[in-house]
Design a protein around this ligand. Sequence first.
Ligand code: NAD
Length: 444
Amino acid sequence: MNLTVFGIGYVGLVQAAVLAEVGHDVVCVDIDADKVKRLNQGIIPIYEPGLEGLVRENHAAGRIRFTMDAAAAVKHGRILMSAVGTPPGDDGSADLQYVLAVAEIIGREMDGPKIVVSKSTVPVGTCDRIASRIAEILKERAREDLAFDVVSNPEFLKEGSAVADCMKPDRIIVGTSSQEAEKVIRELYAPFNRNHERMIVMDVRSAEFTKYAANCMLATKISFMNEMSSLAERLDADVEEVRRGIGSDPRIGYDFIYPGLGYGGSCFPKDVRALIKTAEGVSFDARMLKAVEERNNEQKSVLFDKVNRYFKGDLEGKTFALWGLAFKPNTDDMREAPSRVLMEALWQAGAAVQAFDPEAMQECQNIYGQRDDLLLCGTKEAALRGADALLIATEWKVFRAPSFDMMREALKTPVVFDGRNLYDPKIMARYGLEYHSIGRKAAA
Ligand code: NAD
């Protein structure tokens, strides 16, 4: 099937590669000339396990192409999938300028029947706006004979396991009232819908809302658990014991109840804010969502507060080792990462940072550039050398079982502030490391 994907970001590139892998003929279009050029040279702009090989093989096989020629790309696809960004606008609502720019180009260039698939996370009613815009342009062109449908098909991939998530999706949400569009979308996803029915078809607005409701539910779980962790510290209880205790109830489950430094990334923060704004638009006060966001903003400062208290507010001239920059493991994405709030607070207090991350070092360099108070180290061990304490912001696997002897010897003072509860406090005490984590008291 001929498919065009607008926007070669985390969602667009991964979906395009996975759809090419099963045999579809995919043209990817982006407005970022550098990205398109690099992809045509086989350089993958993001880190995502399994993605590089998939893109290169399908590119070599001619099943996936990258272009800036939007007009030709519109003509190529029977299905036109839009996966452009929907970043937060100044007031927190989703900025739809990229989404509507794609609608514009589709309206101007389409010359046959099309199914427009909205993959981006967009507020309820956006697909209707896309359809109106395309219809307006077709009217201006006196081409109202050209048939099209706009289908909502939000994406649920997780950065860090995006390829696997798209290969084996938990569900494929399709919002449409058109039987013809549903038939074509079923054909597109048939290779991923073989061993059991994964497709859930509903009306367009409910599909758009499903994506926000899912992300807000997950953000709520995280903020809830972070609230429990702060309470546990004050009640002299261990939140890790509590986590296991409640997770054993299948109604709660073990997933997504890890206390930490708060959620980050390109989705949860912006989607919670955008849904609060959507609620305001219909005169509804989304009190729970506001609390989820407030809790998360506070949580990002929890580790800095612990460090600051420990050093009695005197951080000037101190150096801290930082393990983990990405907002979560297996990605290089640092958008709204808790590590950024932590580093910026340390710099503000006059401290320096020696950081290591397995994948996000380049991204950190891109964001902060060259500065005297940031040293990006080649290994996790190098980051420790001579530091006043170790701080952990991301739960990468390589941080899980370090040599604690090496850790103690490399640090100037053997103190660890762990924002991800990676270690057993008793083991840390045995190795002579003073250990501060989230929602647990330090072992005596
Ligand atoms: P991204 O910023 O990584 O990529 C967006 C791409 O769209 C960029 O390459 C940009 O240059 C391109 N673009 C902008 N305007 C364009 C246009 N007119 N034509 C062609 N390309 C254009 O974004 P992302 O993280 O892939 O997210 C895309 C959407 O998917 C967002 O709505 C996001 O909320 C949603 N989403 C993201 C994730 C995730 O984990 N990143 C998961 C599910 C859903």
